[in-house]
Design a binder for this molecule. Sequence first.
Ligand code: NAP
Length: 322
Amino acid sequence: MIRYGILSTASIIGRFIAGIRESQDGEVYAIASRTLDKAKAAAKQFGIEHYYGNYEELYNDENIDIVYIPTVNGFHYRDCKNALLHHKHVIVEKPFTLTSKEALELFELARKQNCFLMEAQKCVFLPTTLKLKELLNQGIIGDLKYIELKAGFPGRFDYSHWMYDLSMGGGSLYGSATYTIELMQFLFDQPYFEIDGSCLKCPTGSDEICNFQLKINQRILVSSTIAMNVALKNEAVFYGEKGYIVIPNYWKSSQLDIYFHNGQTEHFDFPYQSEFVYEINHIHNCLKQDLITSPIMTPAKTIEACHLVVTLYQQWKGNHNG
Ligand SMILES: NC(=O)c1ccc[n+]([C@@H]2O[C@H](COP(=O)([O-])OP(=O)(O)OC[C@H]3O[C@@H](n4cnc5c(N)ncnc54)[C@H](OP(=O)(O)O)[C@@H]3O)[C@@H](O)[C@H]2O)c1
């Protein structure tokens, strides 16, 4: 069994824990929080035997093989570094780090420590995504010309939440841009793209809604909108010469539809219990092969994704409306 330490009581952990348990060869061994009360309550809620009132004790637990880091975005670098220094394998939630320099440094440290390190990007492991890639490679909708992705999450946080604090890795771009970027990297087998975009900021100074464009091989234009202030039709649409493919909730999708210009349609369903189980199975396969990086969610993709996000934030710096 691969034994996990869960770092923090973040709201996402329930879904990740469900994925570990569904994987069959993963065990949720311990959880840590900044306070013992929260750790104890989460341990009870999720049926975890061991719990700690600080992160250090979890890093020091020799029974833990891999640490899952879903802390505040601005602390991913610090927490990942600490876990690696304690010779743990690490899986870090997206966005991996706030700068590409930090990402590069962490992958170098992981190599020195001979530890596995991967960004948790569930989207590229979903059966829907694999089917999409297969269909695009078959040219089912002809030459692909344009891709549009929309994700809106209104009303989740108030302005005092860290998701509205840019220095903590809040903001719409830090929040969800890597879903788009890493999905495109995966579909087109390349980490590097041209990027441009703009945003509207809220009173806290973070981007509340943003739109960015990627250009793929001077052939395909991608437009991605992420909003924290308005509900959008959460979907990705891939437009080709012969029709288009629609993927609802593309970051956790369980279905896709093809609409051909001749009127025909085709529907595919990929039901799951936990959308995290696919990335978790991949992590386990990597660990069983003694790999220290993923051949799919590669360091190059993660580092470049961080670089693209920072490129836009630098453009938007000091500019009230990005
Ligand atoms: N892959 C996905 O589908 C997915 C979905 C949602 C979120 N995420 C990612 O998961 C991470 C967590 O997101 P979330 O929405 O679950 O976050 P959250 O509920 O706000 O939890 C973040 C956790 O970080 C810890 N923390 C450490 N220092 C903190 C500080 N100074 N202020 C506040 N919290 C602090 C807290 O845990 P303790 O108090 O217990 O130490 C807190 O529970 C983010 O990186 C996010 O991008 C991924």
